[in-house]
Structures are given as structure tokens and as C-alpha cells.
Design a protein around this ligand. Structure first.
Ligand code: TYD
Length: 138
């Protein structure tokens, strides 16, 4: 996987004077079956999240509220995606280093994952990530 496999997924937006509505379904807007949902909130100014790669887990990240940047890195190139709308998902395939930064006040990041939580699925050391990537093992 490279950073070129990361993509923005436009989610449906049902405009309504009573308030707008968006949604996401397995194998439809979400290109996998959701096995886990988690969310990040109350991020103090200047903090970063992420800073790891997943061996198998794929994700879709949505800025449900506020804004933040997702930086993806394939060991050769990096790309920054700024998320600030609740009707765009960012698809991040497995095997990419990712960090989340520049969280605005009251931002709320929703993440859908393709596998359940397992610490074994994480690569948390950047040099190990580069080695695995170079050897085609991630
Ligand atoms: P981590 O994935 O490292 O956070 P982030 O990438 O957003 O910075 O997770 C932080 C802690 O939360 C870590 O100790 C594992 C735990 N955790 C779970 O128990 N279940 C989960 O689904 C997730 C995402 C994290």
C-alpha cells in the first residue's frame, strides 16, 4: 500500500431544513465490514494521536465535529489530509504509518475499523515500520 491508496470517500448528505443527515454502510460507502468503532475527543491543544501503522486493520476516519489533519506515510512519501466536514470519510488501507494532529477545540474523530482491537496488529516503532515496508512484510 502507498499513500496513493488513501482516498476521501464522499458520504451521502440528506439536506433537510430540520438538520442534515449522513450515513455509511458496510461494503457500500465503507469498503470493508466494520468490526470496530472508536472515537477520539477532548484532545488538548497541540497533542498528536496515532503514530503507528496497522498490519491488517483498515480504517475510515470522519471528522464528525471540528477539524484535524491525518498524515499518512508509506515509508517513501507523506501526504496530509485535512478533515473538517462530517460528510467525508478518509479511507486508510493497512500498512501505512499514520498520525493525527492539529485538532481544533471540540473536535470529534470517528473511526471505523475492519478488525477488532489487537495490540499485535500495531507497529509502533517507526524504524521497524520502515524495515517491514522495505522487506514487503507490511
Ligand atoms: P491507540 O490506537 O494507540 O490510539 P491512537 O492511535 O488514537 O493514538 O490506542 C490508545 C489506547 O487505547 C491503547 O492503549 C489501546 C487502547 N485501545 C483499545 O483498547 N481499543 C481500541 O479499539 C483502540 C483503538 C484503542
Amino acid at each position: 500500500m502507498t499513500i496513493n491508496d488513501v482516498r476521501i470517500i464522499p458520504l451521502p448528505k440528506i439536506l433537510d431544513a430540520r438538520g442534515n443527515l449522513s450515513f455509511a454502510e458496510n461494503y457500500n460507502q465503507i469498503p470493508f465490514e466494520i468490526k470496530r468503532t472508536y472515537w477520539i475527543y477532548d484532545v488538548p491543544g497541540g497533542e498528536e494521536r496515532g503514530g503507528h501503522a496497522f498490519r491488517e486493520n483498515e480504517e475510515v476516519v470522519i471528522a464528525l465535529s471540528g477539524s484535524f489533519d491525518v498524515v499518512v506515510d508509506d515509508g517513501q512519501n507523506k501526504k496530509t489530509f485535512s478533515l473538517n466536514r462530517s460528510y467525508y470519510g478518509l479511507f486508510i488501507p493497512k500498512g501505512l504509518w499514520r498520525t493525527m494532529e492539529n485538532f481544533s477545540t471540540n473536535s470529534f474523530a470517528l473511526e471505523f475499523g475492519s478488525v477488532g482491537y489487537s495490540e499485535k496488529d500495531y507497529v509502533r516503532d517507526y524504524d521497524e515500520f520502515l524495515t517491514l515496508k522495505r522487506d514487503g512484510k507490511i
